[in-house]
Design a protein. Structure first.
Length: 43
């Protein structure tokens, strides 16, 4: 990313950011549901 070239963070902040990013990605993970699966839930 361009921002990575412009602004270098201390390693502690990089680790913290990556950990928070992974946590958010897990919390907001949305599973893909096919149309057939949706129909099966209705029946």
């Amino acid at each position: 990313m361009l921002l990575d070239w412009i602004m270098v963070l201390p390693e502690e902040f990089v680790r913290s950011f990556k950990q928070e990013l992974r946590s958010d990605e897990e919390a907001y993970r949305m599973w893909y549901v096919t149309s057939i699966e949706r129909l099966a839930k209705v029946m």
